[in-house]
Every structure is written in structure tokens, then in C-alpha cells.
Design a protein around this ligand. Structure first.
Ligand SMILES: Cc1cc2nc3c(=O)[nH]c(=O)nc-3n(C[C@H](O)[C@H](O)[C@H](O)COP(=O)(O)OP(=O)(O)OC[C@H]3O[C@@H](n4cnc5c(N)ncnc54)[C@H](O)[C@@H]3O)c2cc1C
Length: 310
């Protein structure tokens, strides 16, 4: 288990068994104060905080969140505030590493990628990986949710059933197309969004790496693996740490005739952008770098059938 040095809590004043003397806030655990809660959530990331918030909406329960990392602004300073810097510490450059921000997990050696291991970004801060996100909001497709519903034989996972939760999870601000470059307007289906939702994000990834790790160190997993790490077996579960599916992000590069982040290499444009951001909170530094998208048609045979169906 990692050292825990930040603990935040959602709790109900009347029912909580956690008492702190005034004027301390009850939103943070205090070392050496014992406390008990109805729910304890390990990991204060996108999914953990969302679940905690929803649970704490019930005034009769108390909820604690245990997070291994710190506030993003402490290990990442200004880079945690300016959208254009979102991609810092996400690549393979050995100089650009931030062990206070990221768990620094690596893949196995990848034969298709120079045979080298690759950084598998995973944030270690309050708000989790969303603390560093690129401001991209991408819902799964209706087909993708249907596949999920079919595989677990549970109709509640269909897109139609999830839509009310999507709408509730965002306070949506429509794109200001007048401010955007020509031919780069953002389209959306108005009835799928709600400007009065709460500012929360829900994720379906759910710390896919560290949840299995937590299960293993508490003795839940295949007996063979548990024996290797010298932990007492609590439940022999062959499925733990198996069958990981995750999406790859591949960034092909094309020369284009519009202003992109490459223009920031020009010192005078960079100086102008810093002025715009500092004085008016506009300009290219408000852009995380993935703001302008284009679609390219794959030729037949380049996409697998399951991907096409989803
Ligand atoms: C750089 C970057 C940019 C991204 N940009 C986008 C984007 O623009 N749009 C988008 O939709 N998605 C984006 N993602 C993906 C998105 O952030 C994740 O899918 C999402 O945050 C996953 O949520 P989660 O709750 O599963 O895990 P996380 O948000 O990563 O939260 C897990 C939390 O648990 C903590 N934790 C883990 N193990 C323990 C332990 N044993 N004890 C205590 N705490 C523990 C971690 O420190 C972390 O804070 C981005 C991810 C990264 C890394």
C-alpha cells in the first residue's frame, strides 16, 4: 500500500462519528484522530469523488475518501492551471517525469513501439487523472453501451438509460462558435445536455490498474499470484488483474494551414499568448491542444469488426 498523506471527507454534521474541535474543517482527516464512517472510498479520483458525492447526498450517512496524492497545484504548480500545459509529464521523455503527480507505471516492452516500455499515465492527486485532463468530453457511442448491456445481460447499461446520468453529471456550457476558428464549429445534440447538472465527471475506467492492485494486496485474486506476493489469501478469484482492455491514443501528425500549438515556438506569439491568458483568460493557452479535430476515413480492413460494431 502507498503511504497515504491526504485524506478528504464528505460528511454529515449530525450523523457523523467524526468529531473535530472548532475551528477545524471536517473536510480533512487529522492524523491521530480516530474516526469511523459508513462508507470509505479508496482513491479520490474521477470515479471515487463522484461516488462519494452521490453517497454524501444522503444526510443519514458519513463518507470518507482516502487519496494517496496531494492537491494537483502542489506538485504541478502553474502547469495545473493553464489548459495548454495539460500534456506535461505524459510522454516518454525521461527528463519530464513528475513522481509526485503520477504513479509512473509502465507497460511491458512493446514490440510495435521500438520494443520499449511506454509510460501508462495515471495521476496520483486529488481529482485523479481528471486533475490533468485535456478538457475533452467524449461519451461512448450508443452501440458501445449496447455491447456492454448485452455482455452483462443488464439493460440498465444502454445509452438511453445512461443518458439521464450523463445529463446530471455536467453543468454544460455550449461552445462559443463565434470565438472559434472558421470551419471549426462544434456541434452537439442540445437535448443530450443540461446546463444545470452538477460539475462532476463520471468515468467508466475506474482506476483499472490500481483497483486490482488493491484487491491483490488485501488477498483477493488468484491463489498463485497472492502466494507470490506473500499475502494471506482471502478469496481465490481468477478474474482479478486479467483481461484488461484499454484504448490507445495515437497522434498522427499532419501539416495544416491554421494556428496550432506549434506556433507557440515563435517567441513573439508565445509572449502575446501569455499576455492574452494572464490579462483576459483567452487565446491559445486556454486550449489544451486537442481542440480542433478532423475525421479521416479508414480504408477497408483497417478497423476490426468489434470496433466497427461498437
Ligand atoms: C493526462 C491525462 C489527460 C486526460 N484527459 C482526458 C480528457 O480530456 N477527457 C477525458 O474524458 N478523459 C481524460 N483522461 C482520462 C480520465 O482522466 C480518466 O479516464 C479518469 O480520470 C479515470 O477515473 P478513475 O476514477 O478511474 O481514476 P483516476 O481519476 O485516475 O483516480 C484514481 C485515484 O485513486 C488514487 N489511488 C490509486 N490507488 C490508491 C491507493 N491504493 N490508495 C489511495 N489512493 C489511491 C489515485 O492517486 C487517483 O487519485 C485523461 C487522463 C490523463 C492521465
Amino acid at each position: 500500500m502507498p503511504e497515504m498523506h491526504a485524506t478528504s471527507m464528505f460528511h454529515n454534521e449530525t450523523k457523523s462519528r467524526f468529531r473535530v474541535p472548532e475551528p477545524f474543517s471536517s473536510h480533512f482527516g487529522i492524523p491521530a484522530f480516530s474516526a469511523s464512517f459508513d462508507y470509505v472510498i479508496v482513491g479520490g479520483g474521477t470515479a471515487g469523488l463522484t461516488v462519494a458525492r452521490r453517497l454524501a447526498a444522503d444526510p443519514s450517512v458519513s463518507v470518507a475518501v482516502i487519496e494517496a496524492g496531494d492537491f494537483a497545484a502542489f506538485p504541478n504548480g502553474n502547469l495545473s492551471q493553464v489548459p495548454a500545459y495539460a500534456s506535461y509529464f505524459t510522454g516518454n521523455d525521461p527528463i519530464m517525469k513528475n513522481p509526485y503527480l503520477d504513479w509512473l507505471m509502465y507497460t511491458e516492452h512493446q514490440p510495435q513501439l521500438d520494443g520499449k516500455p511506454r509510460l501508462y499515465d495515471s495521476s496520483k492527486v486529488i481529482a485523479g487523472s481528471s486533475a490533468r485532463n485535456f478538457l475533452w468530453q467524449i461519451r461512448g457511442t450508443a452501440g458501445c453501451f449496447q455491447k456492454w448491456a448485452n455482455e452483462v445481460d443488464n439493460h440498465s447499461y444502454t445509452f438511453e438509460n445512461m443518458l439521464s446520468f450523463f445529463r446530471r453529471s455536467y453543468a454544460y456550457t455550449p461552445p462559443q462558435n463565434a470565438e472559434r476558428p472558421e470551419n471549426s464549429s462544434a456541434g452537439y445534440v442540445a437535448e443530450h445536455w443540461d446546463s444545470s447538472g452538477s460539475p462532476l465527471k463520471v468515468s467508466y475506467v475506474s482506476q483499472l490498474m490500481r483497483s486490482p492492485q488493491l484487491l491483490l494486496v488485501t488477498g483477493v485474486g488468484s491463489e498463485e499470484t497472492i502466494n507470490k506476493i506473500n499475502v494471506s489469501l482471502v478469496a481465490d478469484r481468477l478474474g482479478v488483474r486479467q483481461n484488461l482492455w484499454d484504448n490507445m491514443l495515437v497522434g498522427p501528425t499532419f501539416e495544416v494551414d491554421i494556428i496550432t500549438h506549434s506556433s507557440l515556438q515563435n517567441p513573439s506569439y508565445l509572449a502575446q499568448s501569455i499576455q492574452e491568458y494572464s490579462k483576459r483568460r483567452n487565446g491559445i493557452l486556454t486550449n489544451s491542444g486537442g481542440d480542433i479535430a478532423a475525421f479521416e476515413k479508414f480504408s477497408t480492413g483497417m478497423v476490426s469488426t468489434p470496433t466497427l460494431e461498437a
